[in-house]
Design a protein. Structure first.
Length: 57
């Protein structure tokens, strides 16, 4: 995680805005990862449903 790096640089340069920038980057990356996980799960469910429906017909 890169947040401790942003914290140490911000403390060294006395720039508290850099901590919020680092936190924003971490939260954006986490949101993107969660979105990709949900899309992967939904895509897998769609494939499973298609395979099951193709077997019925």
């Amino acid at each position: 995680m890169r947040l401790p790096l942003f914290y140490s640089i911000a403390k060294l340069d006395n720039e508290p805005g850099l901590i919020f920038f680092g936190l924003t980057v971490v939260l954006i990356v986490t949101a993107i990862a969660a979105f990709i996980y949900v899309l992967q799960y939904l895509f897998q469910q769609a494939i499973d449903n298609k395979v099951m429906n193709d077997g019925i017909v």
